[in-house]
Design a protein around this ligand. Sequence first.
Ligand code: ADP
Ligand code: MG
Length: 698
Amino acid sequence: MLTIPEYFGSLVFDDRIMKARLSSQVYRSLKQTMERGTKLDLSVADAVAAAMRDWAVENGATHFTHWFQPLTGITAEKHDSFISPAPDGRVILEFSGKELIKGEPDASSFPSGGLRATFEARGYTAWDPTSYAFIKGKTLCIPTAFCAYGGEALDKKTPLLRSMEALNKQALRILRLFGSTEVKRVTSMVGPEQEYFLVDQAMYNARKDLVYTGRTLFGAKPPKGQELDDHYFGSIKPRVAAYMEDLNDELWKLGILAKTEHNEVAPAQHELAPIYTTANIAADHDQLTMEIMQKVAARHGLVCLLHEKPFAGVNGSGKHNNWSIATDTGMNLLSPGETPYENAQFLLFLVAVIKAVDEYQGLLRMAVATAGNDHRLGANEAPPAVISIFLGDELTAVLEAIENDAPYAGMEKKKMRLGVNALPRFIRDTTDRNRTSPFAFTGNKFEFRMLGSSNSIACANMMLNTAVAEVLRQFADALEASTNFDDTLHELLKSTVIAHKRIIFNGNGYDDTWIREAVEERGLLNRPTTPDAMGAVLEKKNQDMLIAHQVFSKAELLSRYEIQMENYCKTVRIEGLTMVDMVRKEILPAVEAYLADIGSAAAAKQAVSPELPCTYEKKLLKKLDLLVNLMDERTEALEQAMVNLETLGDITQEAYAIRDVVLPRMRELRAAADEAETCTARKYWPFPTYGDLLFGVR
Ligand code: ADP
Ligand code: MG
């Protein structure tokens, strides 16, 4: 059997393979393209393609595909065979540099939010040489960006790459000001922690809501939920352990450094975290991970639920986006340094993030807005919809000292002036683990915790990168124009802390009093649902910033607004229709059958002795009859609400109607059905219960 180091990355055309299989000249120019973004010429591309094909074929591949991330939220691929007819009636295996660099999938059925209508009907995919090609099944997958013919991005990778470039450019200006000459490239690094649920496949199949929508639309609370906290970090059940082992193997072959796996708070909930890497590779890997998680689950008779809120009343699933900024010389710019200047530089990057998050709260919130995530962020759990930053006591005290030109306790009563006096050496990892903060500093990185478990991490990171790039631009402008670097730096830090400290909050983010304080006293945004969060895309200040850094064009932004809103509406509509279907075809018939049996039981008793009171049966019959009528009424009301959507003029109106009318009616219908479940005998209930699903995997 192979050892892990032997098979790790065995299905990836990575640096090791490139070195071994490319001529040193080809290798060098490919590396240049990867590291500096220089243009690749066709002869190099041809050589790379040939090496890739040989390697892929040796590893069992028969097809290749440009693998991309359209705005549907999942990945797309169109497989082409390597086979090409040869003149003698036989075939040869071909894959040219042209095919490597550019593809033309029939893009007409991917969402474009009107972009293709405005521009060109077709789209093309373009190789992203900074993310390694890999083999999945029998297919060589080439990570690509997906654009319309006019160059407008139709995917999530393109703006992410552009945002990384924007951050690189502005961060380099700052580093030069601090005297660095060696750093050539600055990159955002990301490690996403992924939460998920595992349920039994047979039980999953028996629930239309899970099959159609990924979440339970009905289900009474089981007697036991997560109140004992006995699942969190508890021992892993054998079936789950076997799944995790298999999953790790598959991910390791693809060069994905899945590292920690443990149980989460809710029963049947688990977490997986890869080791961090550059933001675009992390985004590719995260998409792949979600796909492989589901595939491997099927092999174990399980289903992996990536929905943000598969079960009401039980914790939802999120994704923690650990984010930092690194240089090609191995420096983490969010890590407190050794010398006063390094610390000053750290503080400048730190306050840049604080300012960026404060000024572009709306964009960050928008980046994680989906119908599924609304159940977490808008509800009383995991990070709230209000964005705030947790810094921990020590850093907060440092910033306070800067703000007040006051001595900082850690530094022997010297005033907090940068470049003049030494800053205290911050002790790393002294930050308490605040689990409720949406955006927490954790020693040398920020952890953005609002992402939903099924979100692509590309969206959050493109906003974060660009917002920080914008603030760094402002800082660099001021510092470059200054005649006294130290004074200007000090002023920048101080004024930024004063202007943006409202976003710093080290307390409990779940607390209702915090939400009130955040909104009423601090003026922070609270946008609990997708329709209000999406408005951020339409705000001029946000558009100007994203356009100035060439991360989005106006048309691209508007198309994304359309697509995300449409996605919200479609998701909830499917849920509504599924509920109607389940009530009419499963729940009502089941309760009626039970009612009939109770009725016959009462009749049988009275046939024996007419004076028997049959109190139990009568009470139950009455109650169930009431609930049956209520369900029927509420099903009609829900249906009507959905019919009414047809009369609305645009997607914005529809989204609000869904939020304000359809979703409340769904909740009312569910309440009646869940009540009926609690008084219907188990054998009549038409599908597995919460108890079955949550505790069914041993
Ligand atoms: P916890 O669950 O306590 O937050 P984990 O170790 O499970 O911690 O996850 C931390 C995540 O942060 C991992 O994916 C890790 O690779 C990532 N990470 C660590 N350091 C950095 C960094 N400098 N930049 C980005 N991500 C990082
Ligand atoms: Mg974490």
